[in-house]
Design a protein around this ligand. Structure first.
Ligand code: 2AM
Length: 484
């Protein structure tokens, strides 16, 4: 074995870890591989890593001794306790300025905690979102690193080297402080839930309202994939719809209609509620999966509960298909606007200096939500880095304006036909709420004051809280501390 020292160590030889190592090796970096079950190190060196410059270690001590300084140690192990256990074992072996990177699916709150705890020990912690699955890890993932900013210059070359590229630009940039990388990854996954739900609603409308064949739907999506909606998810959906089972039937029609979930969409929705940001489309997408998984109850209810008698669209099918495309596009714009609103609020709460255009670029390639559309978002933030809301960018404002009539027509039609479109509908409701100078919340304030003396402000006197004795009895004492 050569005495060459490794540029980086990677702990965790499941498929993602192995593929990232091979990707780093392809880009000229020497990687030292380690795994809790050390037989996997030998197996990896003898098989997948055979003939590469990858070296192995059978203990953490050996691994650390083989690293250049500052030492860079990346973990791709099961999220949770395993990460903390490795950190505890690594810290005594490392020195000031060394770097620990967690590339697993950790929760951002854990990354915040780890970053702060390691700072005390002068170790630089990075929590990085890694997206793109096994294929991405091997040939170019989207990487979203955040944590101790001093670590970035030392890992930039490796990270940007192995990341996916779009027009030669790497889909990896520094995200922000402490848990920002894992927060951005979480929002990415939430947006993925939204994108998938939107495509499902378009699918159901084409299938049930227009009664298109699966081959026709596949072609429609292939066509959409040539325009504004050009994206990985539209592309694979087109392929899925035309895929035939051995009997020649579309396989999709035989698949159980109960969606699973691992929880990242749910965590985005929970964060949205926690920070008070109306990320309604991701929320609806999580609930749509929940409703789908109540299969037995739905089967029972379908025998009892009635919908409208007419369930198919009577107008021009081609025209309505184009309306659906526009409804999908407008809803998607709202979803991303909501996602960036959540990022903006988290940046405020945690004092992160988020690079929004950079985030759009990181999602532009390599990951599940990759799309041409993310290039438009990058452009919007390049034009105005302080853009408060995507919907206010001229390009997106005009795009929604262009889609608006179709969007309303599709939702109205779906309502009349009894076809659920929770994501399309919530996007439009958000749009109409967001563009309202006045909402009926004055009545909520009056009701709260009526039953709980919570006080209200007058439009003419903002900042001054007043209580009215609405009934003439019950007293004039206002409540400021109690929240019903
Ligand atoms: P293993 O091969 O020894 O099981 C994905 O599961 C990766 O995380 C694997 O490399 C696995 O190591 C590692 N992993 C899972 N749980 C772990 C734990 N509690 N401690 C250390 N490594 C763990």
């Amino acid at each position: 074995m050569s005495s060459e020292k490794a540029d980086i160590a990677l702990i965790g030889l499941a498929v993602m870890g192995q593929n990232l190592i091979l990707n780093m090796n392809d880009h000229g970096f020497v990687v030292c591989a380690y795994n809790r079950t050390t037989e996997k190190v030998d197996k990896f060196l003898k098989n997948e890593a055979k003939g590469t410059k990858v070296i192995g270690a059978h203990s953490l001590e050996e691994m650390v001794a083989k690293l250049k300084k500052p030492r860079r140690v990346m973990m791709l192990v099961k999220a949770g306790q395993a990460v903390d256990d490795f950190i505890d074992k690594l810290v005594p072996l490392l020195e000031s300025g060394d770097i620990i990177i967690d590339g697993g699916n950790s929760e951002y709150a854990d990354s915040r905690r780890r970053c702060a705890a390691l700072k005390e020990k002068e170790i630089l912690f990075v929590g990085s979102g890694v997206s793109g699955g096994e294929e991405g890890a091997r040939y170019g993932p989207s990487l979203m690193p955040g944590g101790a900013p001093e670590a970035w210059p030392h890992i930039k070359e490796i990270f940007q080297g192995i990341a996916a590229k779009v027009n030669e630009e790497p889909c990896c940039d520094w995200v922000g402080e402490d848990g920002a990388g894992h927060f951005v990854k979480m929002v990415h996954n939430g947006i993925e839930y939204g994108d998938m739900q939107l495509i499902c609603e378009a699918y159901q409308l084409m299938k049930d309202a227009l009664e298109l064949s699966h081959d026709d739907m596949s072609e429609v999506l292939a066509e959409w994939n040539k325009g504004e909606l050009d994206s990985f998810l539209i592309e694979i959906t087109s392929n899925i719809l035309k895929y035939k089972d051995t009997d020649g039937e579309p396989l999709i029609t035989k698949i159980q209609d109960a969606a699973g979930q691992k929880g990242t969409g749910k965590w985005t929705a929970i964060s949205a509620l926690e920070y008070g940001i109306p990320v309604t489309l991701i929320g609806e997408s999580v609930f749509a999966r929940c409703l789908s998984s109540l299969k037995d109850e739905r089967v029972e209810a379908s025998k009892v509960l009635q919908g409208p008698s007419n369930a198919t669209y009577q107008g021009d099918k081609k025209e309505f298909t184009e309306n659906i495309r526009k409804a999908l596009y407008a809803s998607k714009i709202v979803s991303y606007a909501q996602g960036f609103m959540l990022l903006r609020e988290a940046a405020k709460v945690f004092d992160w200096n988020l690079n929004y255009g950079g985030i759009a670029l990181m999602w532009r390639g390599g990951c599940i939500i990759r799309s041409v559309f993310l290039g438009n978002i990058k452009t919007a933030f390049d034009k105005n880095p302080k853009l408060s809301n995507l919907l206010l960018d001229e390009f997106f404002r005009d795009a929604i304006q262009d889609c608006q009539e179709s969007w309303r027509h599709v939702i109205a039609t779906a309502v009349n036909l009894g076809i659920p479109t929770p994501a399309f509908s919530t996007a439009l409701a958000f749009y109409d709420g967001f563009r309202s100078e006045r909402l009926p919340a004055n009545l909520i304030q009056a009701q709260r004051d009526y039953f709980g003396a919570h006080t209200y402000e007058l439009l003419s006197e903002p900042g001054k809280f007043i209580h009215t004795n609405w009934t003439g009895h019950g007293g004039n004492v206002s409540s400021t501390t109690y929240n019903a």
